[in-house]
Design a protein. Structure first.
Length: 54
C-alpha cells in the first residue's frame, strides 16, 4: 500500500478538505478521501480533486 495526499476543493465559498490516506492506487485514494470528507460534514459538490503520492 502507498500513501497519498488528497486535496478536495469545493469552490470559493467552502473550505478545501485535505487528508493523507493509504491505498493501492490513486483511484482508491480519491474514493477514501471523499468518504472521509462526507463523514466530516463536507457535502458540497466537488470542483477538483488533487492526488499526490507521498
Amino acid at each position: 500500500m502507498k500513501q497519498f495526499t488528497v486535496c478536495i476543493n469545493y469552490g470559493r465559498k467552502c473550505p478545501a478538505f485535505e487528508a493523507i490516506v493509504s491505498a493501492h492506487n490513486e483511484h482508491d485514494a480519491k474514493h477514501q478521501a471523499q468518504i472521509l470528507a462526507r463523514m466530516s460534514g463536507f457535502d458540497a459538490p466537488v470542483k477538483k480533486i488533487t492526488v499526490q503520492e507521498c
